[in-house]
Design a protein around this ligand. Sequence first.
Ligand code: IPM
Ligand code: MG
Length: 367
Amino acid sequence: MYKLLVLAGDGIGPEVMAEVEKVITWFDQKDGIAFDVSQDLVGGAAFDVHSTPLHDDTLERARHADAILLGAVGAPKYDNLDFSVKPERGLLRLRKELDLFANLRPAVCFDALADFSSLKREVVAGLDIMIVRELTSGVYFGEPRGIEDDGQGGRIGINTQRYTSEEIRRVARAAFVLAGKRGGKLCSMEKANVMESGVLWREEVQQIGDTEFPEIELSHMYADAGAMQLVREPRQFDVIVTDNLFGDLLSDAAAMLTGSLGMLPSASLGAMGEQGRPKALYEPVHGSAPDIAGQGQANPCAAILSFAMALRYSFDLADAAQRLESAVAKTLEDGLRTPDLLQNPGAHPATTCEVGDAVVARLEAAG
Ligand code: IPM
Ligand code: MG
C-alpha cells in the first residue's frame, strides 16, 4: 500500500488534482496497485485556514507519505502578504524541509503538439530532454539575504549564491545516473566565467564524472550560452544539470519549446529512504493560473504526467508509468484537448474533466 499525500493548493491546482485522483483510483481498482490517498492544504488555501502556507501538521504528514502530489500555489489576492507567509513559501519550505535537492524537469515534445512550439516543427519534433535543477540551495536560500538601509537614505537588496561541494556532488550524481539510463550525455551549466560558485560547480561536476561516471559524455556550458543553445538546437541535449536559479529560468525556456506549459510534469527527489524510495514531491511545472481557475479550462495533463513520474521514480513501476504516458498521448491524438492546445479557433475544446475521463478511458482500453 503506497501512501500518497495530495496537496492541491490554489488556482487550478484543485481542478487538475481531481483528474489525477481519477487516474489513481483507476490504478488502485483496476490495476492492482494499492494506494492510500489523503488530502491536505498548502499555499494560499492553507493560509486562509491556518494563517501559514504550510502547517506543521501538514509537513509532518508529508514526511510520512511515500510520495506527495502537489497542484499549484499562489493567487493575486496574496500578493501583498509578508514574504514569509506568501503561498510560495509553503512550497519552498516543503522542498527545503524534506531536502528535495534534485528537481527533474523533462521537456518532451509530443508529436501531436509539435506545431504549438514557438520554434519550427523540424527543430523540436522528437525533443526529449531532462533538466536536473538543484532545488534546496543557491541564491534561493543563501544567507545573508534581505533589504537593508545603506545609512545614506538608500537601500540595499541582498541575496547570496552559496553552494557547498557536497550540495553540488549529490545533484550531479543524480544527473549522471539519469543520463546513464537515457542517452548517456550530461551538460552542466553555470557561470564559471563570473562566479566563484560557478567555478566550484564546474570542478565538482567534472570530478564526479571522472571518478564515478567515466562512461557518461560530460560537457560544460556557461548558462547564458546554454540558454541560447536551448532555443537554437535543443535536441543536442540529453540531460542538463544546473543550479537552482539557472534551473528555474532554463526549465521555463525548455518548457515553451514543447508547445505548452500545460503538458510538463516535474519530480523533486531527496535522498534514498529505508524502503529504497526517495523522499519525493511531484508537481506540474505550470503555476496556479488564477485567470482560468474554476472554469474547467485547465489542462490536467501536466499533473497526470507528474503522477506518471511518481509511478516511475517512487514506486519503480516503469510499465505503469509508460501506459499512463501513452494514454495521455493517445488522448491528445484523438483531439481531446483543453483550450491551450487548440490551434483552430473553431475547434471544440474539451474540459479539464473530459480530458481526465478520456485518459482513464484510454488506460482502460489498453487493458
Ligand atoms: C518553480 C516556480 C517556483 C520557483 C516558485 C513558485 C517559488 O517558479 O517551481 O519553478 O521559483 O522555484
Ligand atoms: Mg519557475
